[in-house]
Design a binder for this molecule. Structure first.
Ligand code: SF4
Length: 355
């Protein structure tokens, strides 16, 4: 997979773009003015693996809360600004590591110039965050929504470049997956800056994760994208888990264990669903990138899951433990879970067999 090589920039200590790993972002859903609740959620997000966190800044009280929040967290903090450039200035003064501006609702050149000048002095990157639902006026003539989004982003990027500012990141978020893919492909060929990928308002996890995985997956596979956020109507930790699963599926990041489990069929000799759920819960605490399989039968299980570092396959009144497709031993049915956990523990301590 050849990655598009963008100009790297730093959001706090995290590099975005260039050859840096594709970073995972999320956004708090607390009231930013409630400093304690926001800090608490950012710490939860940190535990889930988020690398950059964004908070909404709806008013001046929220902007002023940012300096207290920033002091309590180790993660890079981005202020999300709509409509009022003064909130961007206050956020910069509060010490944020990045800004997201929506060009659809901050339009006056002199206001943008004030924000850009302060960001330039402080070397703080700005994301030009275009959303399909809030495009600025004047782009109705373009033939497609994706083209209109790209044109809106390019106008803002050119404006910032004219102001001698190039710490730029761009996002072009749409709910419609083909529109989002087309828009990012177009802009990837036009600008050298890092791209933040996302599907906007993707929905509840069941469908939102699929929409995000398809949209971002296509682009990431083509080498497009430097940082991602999965937007879900859920606790933001679910966004982070989904983001890593997308990156892991493409081999772009390694984080934590991966469960392989068969769909079951008439040959299954154990309760695969129940066991897989129990193992999945156990793997939440395993931080090494190991692969663990739960397969219904010994006829096909070990062979089909031979990439797994360790696995169990159902046998008559027993489970068959295997490593890398090679059978190790049989265990009584009632000990399957404990035997598998013991193998997981031993591999986790030694590190994955696959690395
Ligand atoms: S591993 Fe066995 S039980 Fe599971 S789907 Fe394959 S054949 Fe069926």
């Amino acid at each position: 997979m050849n990655r598009r090589r963008s100009i790297p920039l730093k959001i706090g200590e995290v590099t975005v773009g260039g050859v840096a790993p594709i970073s995972v972002q999320s956004m708090t859903n607390t009231d930013t003015r409630d400093i304690a609740a926001t800090v608490r959620q950012i710490k939860e997000l940190e535990d889930c693996g988020v690398e950059i966190v964004r908070v909404a800044v709806p008013d001046m009280e929220a902007a002023e809360a940012l300096s207290s929040i920033k002091k309590e967290i180790p993660l890079p903090l981005i202020a999300d600004i709509h409509f009022d450039y003064r909130l961007a200035l206050a956020s910069l003064r509060a010490g944020v590591d990045g800004l997201r501006l929506n060009p659809g609702n901050i339009r006056k050149r002199e206001q943008i110039a004030m924000v850009v000048a302060m960001a330039r002095d402080r070397e703080i990157p700005i994301r030009v965050g275009v959303n399909e639902g809030s495009l600025p006026a004047g782009f109705e003539v373009a033939e497609s929504l994706s083209r209109r989004m790209v044109d809106a982003a390019l106008r803002q990027v050119e404006l910032m470049e004219e102001m001698n500012f190039n710490l730029i990141k761009v996002s072009l978020k749409s709910f419609d997956v083909p529109t989002m893919i087309e828009a990012y492909r177009m802009i990837a060929a036009r600008i050298p800056y890092p791209l933040h990928l996302g599907i906007t308002e993707a929905g509840l996890p069941r469908t939102g994760v699929i929409r995000s995985a398809i949209g971002m997956g296509v682009l990431l596979y083509e080498g497009i994208g430097d940082t991602i956020r999965v937007s879900l109507s859920a606790h933001p930790c679910e966004e982070v888990v989904a983001a890593y699963e997308i990156l892991k599926a493409l081999g772009l990041r390694q984080r934590g264990a991966t469960l392989v489990s068969c769909p079951t069929c008439g040959r299954a000799q154990i309760d695969v669903l129940k066991l897989a759920q129990e193992v999945d819960r156990y793997l939440e605490e395993v931080h090494k990138p190991i692969k663990v399989a739960v397969m219904g039968c010994v006829v096909n299980g070990p062979g089909e899951a031979k990439s797994a570092d360790v696995g169990i396959a159902g046998g008559k009144d027993k489970g068959i433990l295997f490593k890398k497709g090679r059978v190790i031993k049989a265990v009584p049915k009632e000990n399957i879970l404990e035997a598998l956990k013991a193998e997981i523990d031993s591999i986790s301590e030694k590190g994955p067999l696959s690395e």
